[in-house]
Design a protein around this ligand. Structure first.
Ligand SMILES: CCCCCCCCCCC/C=C/C(=O)SCCNC(=O)CCNC(=O)[C@H](O)C(C)(C)COP(=O)(O)OP(=O)(O)OC[C@H]1O[C@@H](n2cnc3c(N)ncnc32)[C@H](O)[C@@H]1OP(=O)(O)O
Length: 405
């Protein structure tokens, strides 16, 4: 179940802490109830009401926890989450030797009849009070040569006032893993605050990106419902970070791009492509549906007929076709692609940064609410599609017969 596994996850992330010593578990089991009552009475006074989105974001933040927040905090998070999602404790008290189960049950029960909305708000407040330790590896701060510590697969560098986010998994055609979605989201957040003027996305090796790593779903534990809810939220936050990105965002598409690596291009301010790049969104053959706001941006960019050919029928197009359709800004011969594109970017980066930022705001801010709504709806629909037989079979085919695009 979603909620239980959230706690399991916390326990896992805090390996050797929550389940580490019997002593600590006893401490929770014995002291949990009064502690939780204290948290409840101090934090329930707030008058604000967190939105569903704030709550989902807070849940997501907890999953990004880089440091163990301690058993008390984990119990508090667990109890507030259960109360916010299910209401007052409604399960039998666990057996006497199930220390952890008892501690959790006590923490939840101690919240009594606290309304769901208040529990949701308290959860959000509590998570934001933990935030410094949550985001310790976000890579925020001045853009300097750096790579996100969590994985080598997303590398962030800075040069000539340009922050470069490179997908660096060439052996897997830069397929995007669960960790990479999170790292890219963090990298964009950091880039939005650093002192660069332009942010660039590119891929290392002969692919720009083969899109979602199809093993994302087989490598995770927990129930399917939980996994898909988590995935939808991860995807939604990932796409939101492109929608909200405040500075000029440029893609250097060095080779073929597939799936989500193509769809989010509709949210970029310029897309420069090598003539070896192709653009392919094989959603229907994978039993899934468009994301990255493409169901809205593609028809606007290329017209509904061309958008349908790509997004519904999965037609793969060349860089030149993509340019003719408005998805790509300019195509360069592969041999001179890096040189020409970088010369262009280096010159652009010398423009006054505030003017570029405000210019982008004017171009983009009016459609933002719509984009967020589209993103939410695409993620909701995808969550259903992932459970479909069509999708399960397509992914199995890829890995069993190595069926390719
Ligand atoms: C809890 C989970 C969290 C999930 C988080 C959110 C999820 C959001 C999902 C959003 C929806 C996304 C949609 C998409 O992006 S759909 C597109 C998915 N991509 C594909 O279908 C491409 C599949 N790959 C291929 O068809 C071919 O690999 C390709 C044509 C790209 C290249 O063929 P080529 O013959 O040149 O190279 P190989 O096939 O030998 O590839 C080399 C190795 O790389 C592995 N590979 C490549 N792409 C992927 C991929 N997308 N996922 C996983 N692995 C991939 C390939 O298996 C090879 O590996 P080995 O060397 O180990 O065999």
């Amino acid at each position: 179940m979603h909620t239980h596994s959230q706690f399991r996850w916390l326990v896992r992330r805090g390996a050797g802490v929550a389940c580490g010593t019997r002593h600590q578990i006893w401490a929770i089991a014995l002291g949990g109830r009064s502690l939780v009552s204290k948290w409840f009475s101090s934090s329930s006074r707030t008058a604000m009401v967190a939105s569903e989105k704030d709550f989902e974001n807070a849940v997501h933040q907890v999953k990004l926890l880089k440091e163990d927040p301690g058993n008390d905090a984990k119990l508090k998070l667990y109890a507030l989450y259960k109360q916010a999602t299910e209401g007052p404790c409604n399960v039998p008290k666990p057996r006497v030797f199930d220390f952890l189960g008892r501690a959790k049950w006590d923490a939840w029960t101690a919240l009594g009849s606290l309304p769901k909305e208040t529990a949701r708000q308290n959860y959000v407040d509590f998570v934001s009070s933990l935030r410094p330790s949550l985001t310790s590896s976000s890579g925020e701060g001045p853009a300097a040569h750096r790579s996100l510590p969590e994985s080598e697969d997303v590398v962030v560098t800075s040069k000539d006032s340009i922050t470069v986010i490179t997908l660096n998994r060439p052996a897997k055609k830069n397929a995007i893993t669960y960790q990479m979605y999170q790292d890219i989201t963090l990298a964009l957040k950091a880039a939005s605050k650093d002192n660069s003027t332009i942010t660039v996305f590119t891929g290392n090796g002969n692919y720009y990106s083969s899109g979602n790593d199809l093993s994302n779903f087989s490598n995770r534990s927990g129930s399917l419902q939980q996994m898909y809810a988590e995935s939808a939220l991860t995807l939604r936050n990932f796409v939101d970070s492109f929608i909200d990105f405040p500075k000029p965002l440029v893609a250097l598409v060095n080779g073929p791009a597939v799936g989500i690596a193509v769809t989010v291009l509709g949210l970029f301010d310029a897309v420069y492509a090598s003539d070896r790049a192709t653009f392919h969104t094989p959603f229907s053959s994978l039993g899934i549906t468009p994301e990255g706001c493409s169901s809205y941006t593609f028809p606007k960019i290329m017209g509904p007929a061309k958008a349908a050919e790509m997004l519904i029928f999965g037609k793969k197009i060349t860089a030149r076709e993509a340019c003719a359709q408005g998805l790509v800004t300019e195509v360069f011969p592969h041999n001179t692609f890096q040189k020409e594109a970088w010369a262009r970017l280096t010159a652009y980066a010398k423009n006054p940064p505030k003017a570029m930022r405000i210019g982008k705001q004017l171009l983009r801010s009016f459609g933002k609410e719509t984009l967020h709504a589209v993103n939410a709806e695409e993620c909701r629909v995808l969550q259903e599609r992932w459970l479909s037989e069509e999708c399960v079979n397509a992914i199995q085919t890829f890995f069993s017969k190595k069926g390719k695009l």
